[in-house]
Design a protein around this ligand. Structure first.
Ligand code: PEP
Ligand code: MN
Length: 361
């Protein structure tokens, strides 16, 4: 399925920006001097859009919740003195009105808000007839339709300058990343809405400045249109998201180290070689599907025998044996344990579903 949104190109609302578009600035606007000093440094570094949170959606109370509308005056000063576009997060109608009053150029909807259709609808309604770009962060939960739904609500209200921001997904327990990237989700967004500009926010994915380069490179290799990076004039003193913020010069180092590969293949010989390799992949995939279909037919037959002899579908010993042997075989052939486990579990689940149908007949 492909979605039918009416979306304008990123270049139509961020003129003269080259790929990747850079949106940068502190997690939060904290003081006039912090906002201005950070902005002057970022202006020198060709940042296209200056970001700063004015109202902060914090997980726990009694933490810094943003300076509120006063900070919009500082952003307006950034716009007037540097010419950069200014962007901030809106989570309700009051935020929208305040932003429009102070000339904010670009709005974004935060991950927690995208997860709430009531809130998104209210924001969309308040933007009827306003021609302002809105970027929509992925919802905290990995739900492609919820993300697309938020974009649709804005589109129906007449907003055509839209972009998605991939900032990763919540999960339980400690891990390498603050929010799991689950790259297959932005890839699916690209498939369903090829015209939607996609920005990656490596700061909120990683939660750790030492991982920003790696995630930014991956985003470039997946054809993202831009990056949103949290940069602060003095990250050690930041009032929120201290560990993931970089100084403007650290940000430049990261961006300059990125390898930008071409999206189109224009070399004729490479095109032919890639074409042949892809044909090979197509034929292997066809074999895989045939094999899986045959396997399921046999599972159905086994299901029939299990029914006749009154034994349960799940035979734990057999399943353990399959897992163990296949994992060993797969890892010996260079397939990762994680991939093999997921694949075998999916196949097993499908066999169980089919045998359940056979049992019920
Ligand atoms: C932010 O960009 O400062 C922010 C709060 O992000 P998210 O909505 O992705 O958590
Ligand atoms: Mn932040």
């Amino acid at each position: 399925m492909e979605e039918n949104l009416k979306i304008e190109l990123l270049s139509e609302w961020i003129q003269e920006a080259s790929r990747p578009v850079i949106i940068a600035g502190p997690c939060s606007a904290e003081s006039c001097s912090q906002v201005m000093e950070t902005a002057l440094e970022l202006k020198k570094r060709n940042v296209d859009v200056y970001r700063a949170g004015i109202w902060k959606p914090r997980t726990r109370p009694d933490t810094f919740e943003g300076v509120g509308s006063e900070g919009l005056k500082w952003l307006l000063q950034v716009k007037q003195e540097t010419g950069m576009k200014i962007a901030t997060e809106v989570a309700n109608v009051k935020h929208v009105y305040e932003c429009l009053r102070y000339g904010v150029d670009v709005l974004w909807i935060g991950a927690r808000t995208t997860a709430n259709p009531f809130a998104v609808q209210e924001i969309a309604d308040s933007l009827q007839g306003v021609d302002i770009p809105v970027m929509v962060k992925n919802p905290v939960n990995p739900d492609v339709d919820l993300w697309i739904g938020a974009l649709e609500r804005l589109n129906k209200a007449g907003i055509r300058k839209l972009a998605g921001i991939h900032r990763g997904f919540s999960s339980y327990g400690p891990g390498r990343f603050r929010n799991l990237p689950q790259w297959q989700i932005p890839v699916e967004m690209k498939r369903r809405m090829p015209q939607l500009p996609l920005i990656c926010d490596p700061s909120h994915i990683t939660g750790d400045k030492s991982l920003l380069r790696e995630v930014s490179q991956k985003a470039m290799d997946l054809n993202f249109d831009g990056l949103m990076i949290e940069a602060h004039i003095n990250p050690d003193e930041a009032l929120s998201d201290k560990n993931q913020q970089v100084t403007p010069s650290e940000m430049t180092e990261i961006i300059e180290s990125l390898i930008l590969r071409k999206i189109q293949v224009d070399d004729r010989i490479l095109k032919t070689t890639l074409g042949e390799l892809r044909q090979h992949i197509d034929s292997l995939d066809a074999d895989l599907i045939d094999t899986l279909a045959q396997r399921m037919v046999i599972a159905d037959i086994i299901g029939g025998y299990k029914k006749e002899s009154g034994i349960t579908i799940l035979q734990s010993d057999r399943w353990n044996e399959i897992m163990e042997k296949r994992l060993k075989n797969g890892t010996k052939k260079g397939l990762s344990r994680d991939f093999m486990t997921k694949l075998l579990q999916a196949i097993h689940q499908e066999s169980i579903n089919r045998q359940t149908l056979v049992m019920g007949k």
